[in-house]
Design a protein around this ligand. Sequence first.
Ligand SMILES: [Zn+2]
Length: 702
Amino acid sequence: MPLVLLGLAACRRENAPRVFSGAPVVLVSIDTLRSDRLPAYGYRGVETPHLDRLRRDAILFESAWSPCPMTLPAHVTMLTGLLPPEHGVRNNVGFVFDGARHAHLPGLLRARGYATGAAVSSYVLRGGTGLAALFDEYEDSVDPRHGTGFGDQQRPGGVTLGFAERWIDAHTSSPFFYFFHIYEPHVPYDPPEPFSSRYRENPYDGEVAASDAIVGALLDHLRATGVYDRAIVIVTSDHGEGLGDHGEEQHSILLYREAIQVPLFVKLPASRRGGETVRAPVQLADIAATVAELTGAQAPATVSARSLLRLDGAAGRTLYAETLYPRLHLGWSDLRSLVDGRWHYIQGPKPELYDLTLDPQERDNRAAREGRELERLRAALARFPAGPSIPAAVDAAVAERLAALGYVGVARERPAGAGLPDPREMLPLLERMKEGFRLASQGRTEDAIAVLREVVRAQPANVEAWIRLGQLLVEIGRPAEAAAAFERALERGGMELGDVLVELGQARLRNRQPAEAAAAAERALRLVPEKAHELMARVALARGDLGTALGEADAAAAGRNPQPASWLIGAEVRTLRGDSAGALERLDAAEARARELGLETVRNLEALRADALARSGRTHEAEQAFRREIAAFPDNLPAHASLAALLFAEGRRADGRAVLDGMVAANPGTRACQAAAVTLRAVGERAGTAGLVPCVGGASSR
Ligand SMILES: [Zn+2]
C-alpha cells in the first residue's frame, strides 16, 4: 500500500471510535447554562478561562439540544439516553424515575466494573426522585431553607465540589463514573465575589463565570490526581434560560432555542480530537450512548439516541423536546418541538416554524409560508412515542387507605393540550402572580394575599399561585384557608406533590385536625419520607403521644442522607420528655452535620438548644443560645418571645422589653406586634410602652 494511503487509513482509524476500557468518566452538568452565553460559542460578555482551556482538549458540539427545559426530566435523559416520554419523568415534581424498569448509564457502567458516585446542588435532583438508587453514593444533602420556593433550594457549587473531590480521591485506582451537578446560573442570580462586582450589570453572566471557576477547580483536581488525561470528561447543561428573549425570564414554559439549546464539550482520553467542532445537531440523550460506546458498555435501547462520535448522515436527524409544565402547573397547553439541521418546529395551539440558519433569534414564524417543511416535521413528531402523561400514581394499598380517609381522584389523565390556551399568549398573565410573589418577599403579606387571590380567581388552574397563597395564609395564622389553597393546588395539578402534601398536613395540624394531617403525611411518605415522618411526629406531639413522636422523629433523621434540620424534631421531642441531655446530644449531632455540609446556620437549632438548656436550669447559656438564633434568623418570632419570657422570669424586665422591641423593629407588620402583646400578657406586663409604638396604629395595617 502506498505511504499516502497508509497515512489516510491510520487517520481514519484514529477518528473511528475505540473502546477505552476502564477509563474514568466524569459528567459535569452546569444547570441553566445557555450555550450562547459562553465564549466557546462566540459570546464576548463573560470570561470563562477554564472552559476555554477544556474546549482546546475537547470536541465542541455547536448544536446540542435538551429534550425538556426542566431540571429533572433533562438529567434523567442524560443518565439514561431515553427521551422523557420513554423514561416517564415529564416534570420536576409528581414523577419518580423507576431505575428498575429502565436501563441507565450508572447501571450499565457498574456491569463493567465501575464505581458510581454523584453530588448534586439542587433539591429538584434529590435522591428521592429515583436518582439515588442508580448510584453507589449520591450526595444530595441540600438544606431546605425556610420560606423559599421548591426550586430555590440549592447549595453553592463549591460545597458540592468538596464532596466530589473526596469521592474521586477515594476511587482513582478503579474505574469510576462521577456525575457532578452545580446550580449557579439558576435564579437567584447572586454570584460571589469577585464575579459579583465584575458582572454587576449582568449577574447571570457573573454566575456563569462563577460556574467556570468551580468546574475549573474540579478539572484541576482531576489533573492533580492524574485522572484528567485518561478520563472521558463531558461538560454540558440541562437546559437554557429565557432571559426575556420571548417574554420568559427563566425556563420551563416555552420551547424556544434559548430554553433548550445547551453547551456540550466531550473530552476523550489523551485529548484525542481536542479542538474539533461538530456542526451536526445532537442531543443530551446521545451522552449515554456515547459513554457506553467509549467504555465498551452495553448501549441503552432508545428510539433516537446515537453516539456523538458516529454522526455520519446525522445532518438530517430530528431532535425531540417537550414541556408539560404549562399544562400541569398553569392549565395551559403543553408544547412539543423538533429541531433538525435548519428548522425548529414548535407544536402547540398555534404551530410555529423557525429557520435557525436565517433567524436564530426565532422572530419570524414561517409556519404559514413553509407548508411542506411544516408537514414533514409534524409527521416526524408524530412518530415519537407519546409516553405516559399521568403523574406517578400512588400505589394501590395507599390509594385504598386514602379513599377510606376521604381522599379520592389523586391523579387523573387529561387530553394532551386539547382546547387549552397558548402559553406564549398567556405569559403576560404571570406578571400579576410575580407581583404577588414580590410583595410577599418584601414582607407585605396581606397585599400579596390579595393579589394572589385575584390571580387564582382569574386562573384557577395556576398551581404555583395556589401554593404560594397557601403558604402566606399559614404565615398570617389562617390555616383552614391555607389548607383549602393547598388542596386546590393538588387537585388542579392532578399530581401528587410531596412538599405540598406536607404543607397541607402542617396547615391541618395548626387548624387542630390531626387526623387530616396524618392522612396528608401518609400520602407524602413515599415522595418526601423525611418530611413526612417529621409531620407524623408533630401529629403525635399534638395528640400527646410522646412515644410515637419519638419513633417518628427518629425515622425522620434515619434517611439515607439526613439534613441537619431532620434531627431537630428528635431534640424537641426529647426535651418534652424531660430528656434535656438527649436533646442537647441530638443538637450537637445536627450542628456537626451542618458543618460537614458547609452550612453556617440551621433554623431553630439554637432556639431548641436554648430551650433544653433553660429546662436544665442553665439560664445564662440558654440566653446566649437564644441570642445566636435571633442574630441568624431575626424573623424567628418564637425565639424572640421565648428569650423575652426567660428574661422576665429572671426579673430582668427592661432586658425583656428590649428583646420585644428588637423583634418588632426587625419584623414590620402585625405578626410581631401580636407576638409581643401575647408575650407581655403571659408574663403579666402591661402592653402600651414607648418602645412598642410601631404596634399602635400605623404599622398594624400592614
Ligand atoms: Zn435545570
